[in-house]
Design a protein around this ligand. Sequence first.
Ligand code: AMP
Length: 397
Amino acid sequence: MPDFKTYSFDGKKVLIRVDFNVPLNKETLEISDDKRIRAALPTLNHILENGGSVIVMSHLGRPKEGPEDKFSLKHIVSGIEKNLNRPVQFANDCIGQEAIDKSKNLKKGEVLLLENVRFYKEETQGDMQFAEKLASFGDCYVNDAFGTAHRAHASTTQIASFFPNDKMVGFLMQAEIESAKKVMEHAEKPFTAIVGGAKVSDKVLIVENLLKVADHIIIGGGMAYTFFKANGGEIGNSLCEDERLETCREILQKAKEKGVQIHLPVDSIIADRFADDALTKNCESQAIQTGWMGLDIGEKATESFKNVLLNSKTILWNGPMGVFEMTAFSNGTKSVAEAVAEATKNGAYSLIGGGDSAAAVQKFGFADQVSYVSTGGGALLEYFEGKVLPGIAAILD
Ligand code: AMP
């Protein structure tokens, strides 16, 4: 695989897959957060500054049956233009005659955005002929869409086979792979993983895989209560997945055998309702009465988690410690974010991954005080689960 940094883009038409699946305002259809566009700028600018022209492919949303106006990439043209500071052409169809003509006439330094690739079901089916049509537009292929690297779709995976000697990963993808590998393959010890969020079932595979590499696993959020119940605790009306009790027991047993320390929140902020203005009190997490539910980790838990984090050299964080969207239950997540930032300042490497924990560090103002905030939700989770990501394998393997 050629190196993206040294590859000669001069005079080449560069087909690039990005993840511009940005949120749009429901009424105005204007971009409400252009983070994903900004994340791809170093890659796009590098190609343009080195004499290439760029043909951009992306998806937006999950169109079901062909084109739908609300999922058209035409809504993001001006957002890309603003960020790139140059005009962006648009082709109404990603493989039609217009796309063929516009890509053929593209000159050095010019940018063409193709319409949503998911307007064709062939995209998600990973159809080879569809991939070949897209491939015909470019001299080389760059994948910078980490957010969709776990999908074996035509524009993320099959297309790479048409560029055996001219396929590369862009700067964003490189940074994502490096940070994930640093944690899962070359972690400096002690390595602490923080796993939170609503459900055990969503995180079982990750926890099991982390048992192979982590020294400490902190478990918070709604998923912690299934663990308490599995240990014979009373959890009142807290979130619980009864069908996962055995899984929790197995995880605790495996951790013991492997010498991995599992940290559950000893106390919780409990509430009489799932509401920001509910009646709340602090309570031992294993002794919650009926009518009450644990919605955040308590003060003792926060202190003990902080202690573990400040003694760690590598930290991975996925999933909030409580219902951080509500002020009354945001303290645990905020304090953990603060502790991760402090550990980072003291020299630890910290990777924040998955939608909600990334949103939480952003919300509480710590995003620039951690080592890396991943742009990939599902893709990063699958990597942590130990799965091969087809979008990356198609280029690197
Ligand atoms: P996930 O997408 O699985 O990472 O879960 C994130 C969601 O879990 C957030 O929307 C949180 O509000 C929610 N959550 C975290 N802790 C709890 C809890 N103790 N009870 C109910 N929901 C929770």
